[in-house]
Design a protein around this ligand. Structure first.
Ligand code: NAP
Length: 263
């Protein structure tokens, strides 16, 4: 049975996985609120979804690194009478390179978006999601959440946080009807690598956004499903192996994968 979420807020909906999530939920008949900074892209996608699926789709342009973003989003939804029963915390970006040489302002924005905004949005909407009796919370983490990644240190740490937070909330919300999921994709063909300006993240073959969304929906639709979905059987094996091998070994493998020390 498809998860019954009917009013879904999707962050990072102007591109990549967020836009694919929006198309997938609208195709199921859900109304969607689309959040990101690029208003033109959000409005074009909203028009497409209204035209194709006859759902309500509203664009809410916001920079989620701003401290008042969760309250502004809440007010924008209230003004439209949009009461969410789903939240997909998908907006995020990555930085790469030697930590000591990274731009401090960009590192700060990375943590503000990947960690602080995701946490604040979850806190803002979780009571409403719980009150629906069938709420959905998906936090997009990453395959990078399973081990420290030299060369991609801050991004991997930010995604480890997302996975940890989400798994704890999966337990906290048990019995409330909530479906809580940490989604952990591997490299996926989106604008992510252009924004990062570095290919250290591209470890192994890439998936399409549609492959990732199919895996996410399969997990979302399992009411008794676990807290974490790793996209790709091979990646799941590596992630689980990381739990049992010594840290030095897993770090050495990770450093090789991210080409640490080669540039
Ligand atoms: N692609 C991969 O290989 C991969 C792998 C694992 C996990 N992920 C995760 O998947 C999620 C989606 O990434 P993607 O691959 O779809 O990348 P993407 O194509 O670059 O999309 C990122 C989205 O985040 C939005 N965003 C960025 N900064 C923002 C801000 N300050 N405020 C509001 N929205 C902002 C962007 O919109 P605007 O620029 O319009 O604001 C865009 O819609 C991220 O959390 C990423 O870490 C990606």
């Amino acid at each position: 049975m498809p998860h019954p979420a009917s009013h879904v807020v999707i962050t990072g909906a102007s591109a990549g996985l967020g836009a694919a999530f929006a198309r997938a939920f609208a195709a199921r008949g859900a109304h969607v609120a689309l959040v990101a900074r690029r208003a033109d892209r959000l409005e074009a996608l909203a028009d497409e979804l209204v035209g194709t699926h006859g759902v309500l789709a509203c664009a809410v342009p916001l920079d989620l690194t701003q401290p008042d973003a969760p309250q502004r989003l809440s007010s924008a939804l209230d003004a439209r009478g949009f009461v969410p029963d789903g939240l997909i915390n998908n907006a995020g970006f990555g930085t790469a390179g030697p930590f000591a040489a990274e731009d401090p302002a960009r590192l700060r924005d990375e943590l503000l978006l990947n960690v602080v905004a995701l946490t604040a949005l979850t806190r803002e909407f979780l009571p409403t999601l719980i009150a629906s009796g069938h709420g959905l919370l998906v936090n997009v983490a990453s395959n990078a959440a399973f081990q420290p990644l030299p060369g991609v240190a801050t991004y991997a740490a930010s995604k480890a946080y997302v996975k940890s937070l989400t798994e704890a909330l999966w337990v906290e919300t048990r019995g409330s009807g909530m479906r809580v999921l940490a989604l952990c994709p591997g490299p996926t063909e989106t604008e992510f690598f252009d924004v990062a300006g570095d290919d250290r993240f591209k470890v192994g073959a890439s998936d399409t956004p549609e492959t990732v969304i199919d895996a996410a929906l399969r997990a979302i639709d399992r009411p008794q499903g676990g807290p974490t979905t790793i996209v790709g059987a091979g990646r799941a094996l590596t992630a689980h192996a990381n739990r049992v091998v010594p840290t030095r070994v897993s770090l050495a493998v990770a450093a090789r994968a991210t080409k640490w020390g080669t540039s």
